[in-house]
Write a protein that binds this ligand. Structure first.
Ligand SMILES: Nc1nc2c(ncn2[C@@H]2O[C@H](COP(=O)(O)OP(=O)(O)OP(=O)(O)O)[C@@H](O)[C@H]2O)c(=O)[nH]1
Ligand SMILES: [Mg+2]
Length: 411
């Protein structure tokens, strides 16, 4: 289901400025970027100031006329609304404007559909698309039954709709089953990591902040990084070995955006939850973006929604090579650093900081275990990190880091 394939659509962006604090111009800038990413050309934009979106048509009657005129004047063939439209709003607008009507959700779903690579990603996108569609079929059905008139009368086309709905329902449950298989596999991987005593850090941030670039620079990974929204959909995990030998798993994943469609959050739960199961959060901010403050806010809101708040957080103000003099603060983070994932600036300090954080709660020990006490080394393996072991005449010389609670048992 890709909406912008064959012809290049020329679209008009429509936003409703509901309360004064909202930043509709910026939100529409971003909607425009999303449209471009999906392959549509933006012909113009219209913002309506009203108390709330119109329940029936998203924008008011007068504005609809204005949009009609603009469609004609700009030779556009579609509109994209900045919020998720209800089924009724979408139908009504389509009827009134006689053009293609899309919303932010459809657009993001479309981009995700183009970007999905792994089977998990593809299943998740299809699930989100079907849920979005099935909600709309329900709406359509009820409006058709109204047309049907008397009790028990079937509206025109209703039979077909019922078939469609059943097909969609079946497909959804098949996909859900597939997805739960994939999720089981992911859980297995997670538990294996836990056994290896490796800590994990999730790299989170607004889309296009530089998360994948950071992972690539730090670990030599080759995650696609592009100046596009949602370049990464599938989580990638790499092992980072720090200068002092400590190790940490870094996971790069899908970026956040304002008004991330609910259906997507649902479908991508297992992907997004990488942050929830991580020990630490690495929050990458594009400090060169004028919207950085708001983007940070949205990232925290999303983390809250995912139940991933309250972890030790390092905020990295990225793209310093493009910033002149601006300085941000992030009071919610435990640590902040300025870096450039592209030039490598600040990354040594970052790794140093990771070493310190990993060492917290751990005690470094060097000890010669007599062979009779070799069993204790097993304890270290299980709960701590065995940095080296050397078999000597007097016993086994061990260098290790162990959790504070374990330390008394191995000394
Ligand atoms: N100038 C500059 N550009 C950077 C830096 N880090 C990343 N970029 C660029 O920013 C763009 C986005 O980078 P990505 O690493 O793909 O960003 P991401 O956060 O993974 O984005 P999504 O996967 O789309 O959510 C790319 O064009 C990068 O080359 C930096 O430190 N300086
Ligand atoms: Mg990425």
């Amino acid at each position: 289901m890709e909406y912008f394939e064959e012809i290049q659509d020329r679209v008009i962006l429509i936003g409703v400025q509901a309360d004064r604090g909202d930043d509709m111009e910026e939100s529409l800038d971003e909607l425009g970027e999303l449209a471009a990413t999906a392959g549509a050309a933006v012909a113009g934009r219209i913002i309506q100031n009203r108390e709330a979106v119109h329940p029936g048509t998203y924008i008011g009657k007068g504005k609809i006329e204005e949009v009609k005129g603009l469609l004609y004047a700009l030779d556009a063939n579609g509109v994209i609304c900045d919020d998720e439209l209800s089924p009724a709003q979408m139908n009504n607008l389509e009827r009134e404007l006689e053009c293609k009507v899309m919303d932010r959700t459809l657009l993001i779903l479309d981009i995700f559909a183009k970007r999905a690579v792994t089977s998990e990603g593809k299943i998740q996108v299809e699930l989100a698309q079907l849920r979005y569609r099935s909600a709309r079929l329900v709406g359509l059905r009820s409006s058709l039954s109204r047309l049907g008139g008397g009790i028990g009368t079937r509206g025109p086309g209703e039979k077909k709709l019922e078939t469609d709905r059943r097909l969609i329902r079946n497909r959804i449950s098949a996909l859900k089953q597939e997805l739960s298989q994939v999720e089981k596999h992911r859980e297995l991987i997670r538990s294996r990591r836990a056994v290896g005593n490796l800590k994990t850090a999730a790299i989170v941030g607004y889309t296009n902040a530089g998360k994948s670039t950071l992972l690539n620079t730090l670990t030599g990974a080759s995650v696609l990084s592009e100046d596009k929204l949602f370049a990464t959909l599938d989580p990638t995990t790499r092992l980072l070995t720090l200068d002092d030998g400590q190790q940490l798993l870094l996971t790069d994943t899908v970026g956040f955006i304002r008004k991330l469609p609910h259906n997507l959050v649902e479908a991508f739960k297992s992907t997004l939850e990488e942050a929830k199961y991580a020990d630490y959060i690495i929050h990458v901010v594009d400090a060169s973006n004028p919207q950085a403050e708001i983007q940070m806010h949205i990232v925290y809101e999303t983390l809250k929604e995912l139940g991933a708040l309250g972890k030790k957080t390092i905020t990295l103000f990225n793209k310093q090579d493009r910033v002149s003099g601006e300085s941000f603060r992030d009071l919610r983070a435990d640590h902040t650093l300025k870096i450039s994932a592209r030039t490598g600036e600040g990354l040594e300090e970052f790794k140093q900081l990771l070493s310190e954080i990993l060492a917290e709660g751990q005690i470094y020990m060097e000890r010669l275990f007599p062979y009779s006490e070799a069993g204790q080394i097993q304890l270290i393996r299980e709960y701590g990190q065995l940095l080296s072991e050397e078999y000597t005449e007097g016993g086994i010389a061990v260098k290790a880091r162990v959790p504070r609670e374990i330390y008394p048992k191995v000394t």
